[in-house]
Design a binder for this molecule. Structure first.
Ligand code: ADP
Length: 329
C-alpha cells in the first residue's frame, strides 16, 4: 500500500485504552497560515468519541488536499496503540483509509527520543515550585528509564535510538485512578478531577505517621510527622459515609495515593537497573503541577536525592509522535 501522499499533511494516531491522540503537521488548507509545514499540532479525543475524531480529521483536511473519500482509498496512516487494531475497519469504512499498525512501545520510545534530541526545552524538572529545563545531549541522554503513565503504566529501559526493553509495568495506573475518581467524586472529566484535587485536602482521609504515633513520639524517633502511613487509612475509624466526604478531599487523596505509588515503583525499578534519570510520560501527568511535584518529591525522597524525575512537554503524545516519525523510515 502507498504511503500518505507527499503533498498532504502528515497525520499519525495513537489509539489507547482511554484516549485517541493525534499528531499532525499543519494542513495544506493553511489553517496555520504560511510556510509552517514542519509545525506539529496535537489533538486528543476520548476513545468512545471515535466519530468526533473522524469529523476532526475530515474537517482539518488531514487526509490530503482533496480529502474526499474516493481519493483517500490509498491513504495509509501510521497508527499505534491497541485501538489501531480494534478500529482499523472503522477507519476503512468511515474514512476510507488504511492503518499501518506500529508497535506501541517502539512508538513511545521513538517519540520520547525525538522530543529529547530535537526539541530544545522539551525536558524539565518540576520541584519545590520550580520548573527548570534539563539539558540533554545525545552523549548524556542514555540510558534512561521511561515511565509512561497511561491507562496502565509501562516502564522501559531505553539505551539508545530504537534500543529499549520493556522492563515491567503495572495495571494500577491512570485508568484505575480516574475510574475510581468517577465513582467516588462524580467528576465528569479528567480536568474536573484535577481541579477538584487542587481544592481538596488529602489529610482528611489519609492516615499519616503522626496520627499513629502521636507527634511527640514521632519527634523523639526522628520520624517525619507528615509522612503518609496509609492512603484512605482514616476512613476505617471514621463514622463518615462516602457522601459525608467532600469530592475535593476524595480527589486529592486519590491523586496523591496513585501518584506516590507509581513514583515509588519507578524508583524501585530505576534502583534495580542502576539508572539515575527517570523520564515520565503519558496523559496521566497532563502538565499538572502538583502531580509533577509529588512525583519529584517521591523520587527525591526514596533515592535520597540520587535520582531525578524529568518531565516532557507533550507527554501524552509520545506514541503518536513516534508513529509520525516513522513516515521517514
Ligand atoms: P492510553 O494510551 O492508555 O489511553 P494515555 O497516555 O492517553 O493512555 O493516558 C490515559 C490516562 O490519562 C487516563 O487513564 C487518565 O488518567 C488521564 N487522562 C488525561 N486526560 C484525560 C481525558 N481527557 N480523559 C480521560 N482521561 C484522561
Amino acid at each position: 500500500l502507498p504511503r500518505q501522499p507527499a503533498a498532504s499533511p502528515l497525520l499519525a494516531l495513537d489509539i489507547g485504552g482511554t484516549l485517541i491522540k493525534l499528531v499532525y503537521t499543519a494542513s495544506c488548507e493553511g489553517d496555520g497560515g504560511g510556510d509552517d509545514g514542519a509545525e506539529l499540532r496535537f489533538a486528543k479525543f476520548e476513545r468512545r468519541r471515535l466519530q468526533e475524531c473522524f469529523e476532526f480529521i475530515r474537517a482539518k483536511g488531514l487526509l490530503g488536499c482533496n480529502g474526499t473519500r474516493s481519493t483517500n482509498e490509498n491513504v495509509l496512516l501510521k497508527a499505534t496503540g491497541g485501538g489501531a487494531y480494534k478500529f482499523a475497519d472503522d477507519f476503512r469504512e468511515k474514512l476510507g483509509v488504511y492503518l499501518d499498525k506500529l508497535d506501541e512501545m517502539d512508538s513511545v520510545v521513538s517519540g520520547a527520543n525525538f522530543l529529547l534530541q530535537n526539541i530544545p526545552g522539551a525536558a524539565f524538572t518540576h520541584m519545590n515550585g520550580q520548573r527548570n529545563p534539563v539539558d540533554v545531549s545525545p552523549n548524556n541522554l542514555f540510558p534512561y528509564l521511561l515511565v509512561n503513565i497511561g491507562s496502565g503504566v509501562s516502564i522501559l529501559k531505553v539505551t539508545g535510538n530504537r534500543k529499549f526493553e520493556r522492563v515491567t509495568g503495572t495495571h494500577i495506573g491512570g485508568g484505575t485512578m480516574f475510574g475510581l475518581a468517577k465513582l467516588l467524586t462524580g467528576c465528569k472529566s479528567y480536568d474536573e478531577f484535577l481541579q477538584l484535587s487542587q481544592k481538596g485536602d488529602n489529610f482528611v482521609l489519609d492516615l499519616i505517621v503522626k496520627d499513629i504515633c502521636g507527634e511527640l513520639v514521632c519527634q523523639k524517633q526522628g520520624l517525619s510527622t507528615s509522612t503518609l502511613a496509609s492512603s484512605f487509612g482514616k476512613v476505617i475509624t471514621s463514622k463518615k459515609r462516602l457522601t459525608d466526604y467532600k469530592p475535593e478531599d476524595l480527589a486529592s487523596t486519590l491523586l496523591s495515593a496513585f501518584t506516590y505509588n507509581i513514583a515509588q515503583i519507578a524508583f524501585l525499578v530505576a534502583s534495580l537497573l542502576g539508572l539515575r534519570r527517570v523520564f515520565f510520560g503519558g496523559s496521566y501527568i497532563r502538565g499538572h503541577k502538583s502531580t509533577m511535584e509529588n512525583i519529584s518529591f517521591a523520587i527525591d525522597f526514596w533515592s535520597q536525592s540520587q535520582m531525578q524525575a524529568v518531565f516532557l512537554r507533550h507527554e501524552g503524545y509520545l506514541g503518536a509522535l513516534g508513529a509520525l516519525m516513522s513516515y521517514g523510515d
